[in-house]
Ligand binder design. Structure first.
Ligand SMILES: [Zn+2]
Length: 350
């Protein structure tokens, strides 16, 4: 295994990301979505060494639809008939991804149902084409120059190749890059005059665009309670009215994946906060998903929460690896923290 990008390379990489967001030509929000999708896919499939990573454009398309799904719901209280109330994502006419998703929403209602429908394949194909013609070959174009540092054509059809060390950098700085892209995305949508009628003086636009869907999550509380025999995942005591917690914290990986959700006491959830759970919790979480993963998947599909166990495990591997490289402490209970022993590697191997 070769080493990852050097410190100098890492700083240069972040500088280029910043330039890309500051100087790139943005007529639609696609480029932000593309950057977030590449960061997410690097977490799921990439490595921490200097290797390249081939990414199927269809995988990017699936992530795209997921990112835009909630954004294509009517925003705020100013909701009338038809399209009114849906935020505009483009300086010209409405971005065509919105049309693709509007049709899926209309016919299937929830993302989870849409994913299982025959229409999904076609929607991904349409979105793939859109990504190929629009943001893919423009993300790396700045006002005055081409800054091709992220990816290039892959010799394999339907894929792009992330250049050496790019996946490692996207994994290392995932949180920072996603927050940067979301911030710019939010400002872009806010600044479009066409959206002005929808945006009140005190808008929760950021929460709407990128926040966790708390309402949907609550619907999985009961199936989770069943899967955990009525116990809080962390302290193993009975839990009555618990909270839904993201095992790998939302602040580190802002995506609702069914198997990442656990039932916990509000108190345990608060104490854990944005910390990664200690290895004993990791072991219990993995055992729960081994034993009851299928039931959780069924329940999640019914309430429109995305099910992808391999991706969830990839995210956990990334999160613990990242934590180890930072020598950060994991959360055990109350205010007790503990260092990683490395046991997480063997736990997450299978
Ligand atoms: Zn508890």
């Amino acid at each position: 295994m070769t080493a990852g990008p050097s410190a100098v390379d890492q700083v240069a990489f972040l500088g280029k990301i910043e330039r890309l967001l500051a100087e790139g030509q943005f007529v639609a929000t696609y480029k932000y979505a593309l950057l977030i999708a590449l960061a997410d896919l690097s977490v799921q499939h990439g490595r921490d060494d200097d290797s390249t990573l081939d990414v199927p454009i269809r995988a990017i398309a699936e992530r795209f639809i997921e990112l835009y799904w909630r954004q294509c719901a009517p925003y705020g209280s100013v909701v009338g008939d038809g399209d009114y109330g849906v935020l505009i994502q483009n300086t010209g006419r409405q971005a065509s991804i919105v049309g693709v998703i509007h049709a899926l929403r209309h016919d299937h209602g929830t993302l989870a149902r849409a994913m299982r429908s025959p229409a999904w394949h076609r929607a991904v194909t349409q979105t793939t084409r859109l990504i190929q013609t629009m943001p893919l070959w423009r993300l790396q174009v700045l006002r005055s120059e081409m800054l091709e540092f992220l990816y290039e054509k892959s010799p394999h059809r339907g894929r792009i190749r992330l250049k050496r060390g790019v996946a490692a950098n996207l994994r290392r700085f995932h949180g920072m890059i996603v927050r940067l892209a979301q911030g710019e995305w939010l400002r872009f949508v806010q600044a479009l005059p066409a959206n002005a009628p929808l945006l009140g003086p005190t808008s929760d636009l950021g929460q709407f665009l990128f926040g966790a869907e708390r309402g949907a999550l609550l619907k999985i509380a009961e199936p989770l309670a069943e899967a955990q025999s009525g116990l809080c995942l962390y302290c193993q005591r009975p839990v009555q009215a618990g909270e839904i917690d993201h095992f790998v914290p939302w602040s580190r990986y802002p995506r609702d994946l069914a198997h990442n959700l656990v039932l916990a006491h509000a108190r345990c959830n608060r104490a854990k906060s944005d910390l990664l759970a200690a290895e004993t919790h990791l072991e219990r979480w993995l055992r729960r998903n081994d034993d009851r993963g299928a039931a959780i998947a069924d329940a999640a599909a019914r309430v429109s929460i995305v099910v992808d166990l391999p991706a969830t495990l990839g995210v956990a591997r990334w999160a613990y690896g990242h934590e180890e490289s930072l020598r950060a402490q994991t959360w055990l209970q109350d205010d007790a923290l503990e260092a990683l022993t490395g046991r997480w590697r063997s736990l997450l191997r299978s």
